[in-house]
Design a protein around this ligand. Structure first.
Ligand SMILES: [Ca+2]
Ligand SMILES: [Ca+2]
Ligand SMILES: [Ca+2]
Ligand SMILES: [Ca+2]
Length: 368
């Protein structure tokens, strides 16, 4: 009798455990509009939309690159984004020797004065020159890539780094960021070896040096015509040091990878990876299909980026168990223009804005 009861109890307990496991496995991340504290809206449509970026010179803080009209300033009336005319300052920023479709990357924050002791080691702006056809990959719209990185420093020097014939910069805009969290800025570029594919490389002018040096790089993918796309740097895991987020091979099964640099060694070291993301459409000039923002206000930055199909946006955080998605949002068309963090309505809270393949501009805004 006791044995039967014990057996029944054990079976019931097992059933409960199984139910809990199934429930856990089925628990999907919440949709963004439901309980995540953010809501999504479509803010209008821009014909021939190629890309979006933040700009302090635009009434909405946002400018759009279009197929026929070049860069356009956008205005926001509280509900919709509209074309407010050409943004000619974008052309003025570009040096004449810049590569086709190239853009000038600028430093975050205000630069030190030219006579400040830190000016000689603080990059202000960076771009690619030395257009070459020696790498025939062409995933960024043409088979012309840069071979020279130019960096303008806050002391008004411009220093160059020329790659050997075995590599190119398979990139459009260098990123100026603090890769190791020591308070000094480095320049991050996508470098592709003709025979081993793309990798990340960091550049700076060390104190007392009169040249730009390559500080560190990650292991290249290992095959030619394999590309990767950086998504920015932040302390995603809360260990006090930044990680550089990258989507490797975004066109063929993208891997989200975190790299860390210790500020001293010549290697960027992989910390973690997960499959299933894409931050680039093949042939596109839009490379910024990811945004870094603390979406759940827990004090730790999160990464917002498209899943492999580019229709679904996911919010990705890091837990003790690794990468985890905390929310997802489906779009009516694939994401094609950069995700931009900008306070559109100037209420002190940032919005996340992005563009779709059909020219629609969508935004996530925090709801109270
Ligand atoms: Ca640094
Ligand atoms: Ca970290
Ligand atoms: Ca967070
Ligand atoms: Ca706002």
């Amino acid at each position: 009798m006791m044995t039967t009861r014990r057996l029944a109890f054990c079976l019931a307990a097992l059933l409960l455990v199984a139910l809990l496991l199934v429930a856990g496995a089925l628990r999907a991340p919440p949709a963004l509009a439901q309980g995540f504290g953010w809501s999504a809206q479509t803010l209008g449509r821009i014909d021939g939309l190629i890309d979006l970026r933040a700009s302090p010179h635009s009434p909405s803080g946002l400018i759009a690159l279009t197929r026929d009209g070049g860069w356009r300033a956008l205005a926001f009336d509280g509900e919709a984004l509209t074309d407010a005319g050409a943004a000619p300052f974008m052309g003025k920023l570009a040096p004449p020797e810049i590569i086709p479709h190239g853009r000038v990357g600028v430093a975050p924050g205000a630069p030190p004065a030219p006579d400040d002791p830190t000016a000689a080691t603080t990059p202000n702006a960076a771009w690619f020159e030395g257009a070459t056809r020696r790498y025939g990959h062409g995933v960024l719209g043409d088979a012309v890539e840069g071979s020279v990185l130019q960096v303008a420093f806050a002391d008004r020097r411009i220093l160059a780094h020329r790659l050997p014939e075995s590599a190119v910069f398979e990139d459009l805009e260098p990123r100026i960021l603090d890769a190791d969290g020591d308070g000094t800025l480095e320049v991050l570029a996508i470098k592709a070896y003709l025979d081993r594919g793309a990798t990340l490389a960091l550049y700076a002018a060390p104190a007392g040096a009169d040249r730009l040096v390559e500080l560190a790089e990650a292991a290249p993918i290992g095959r030619q015509n394999r590309w990767l796309n950086p998504a920015g740097a932040a302390d995603f895991d809360g260990d006090g040091r930044p990680e550089i987020a990258v989507v490797r091979t975004p066109h063929i099964g993208g891997l989200l990878i975190h790299y860390a640099w210790d500020g001293a060694s010549a290697r960027l070291v992989e910390e973690r990876r997960v499959a299933g993301y894409s931050t680039h459409a093949i042939g596109s000039q839009a490379l910024g299909l990811a945004a870094i923002h603390d979406m759940d206000a827990d004090g730790r930055p999160d990464l917002v980026l498209p899943k492999q199909d580019r229709r679904m946006l996911a919010v990705v955080t890091v837990t003790d168990a690794g990468f985890a998605e905390t929310a997802r949002l489906m779009n009516p068309a694939p994401v094609a223009a950069s995700l931009v963090v900008v306070d559109l309505d100037r209420d002190g809270d940032a919005e996340i804005v992005w563009g779709l393949e059909d020219g629609a501009i969508r935004a996530l805004s925090r709801v109270d």
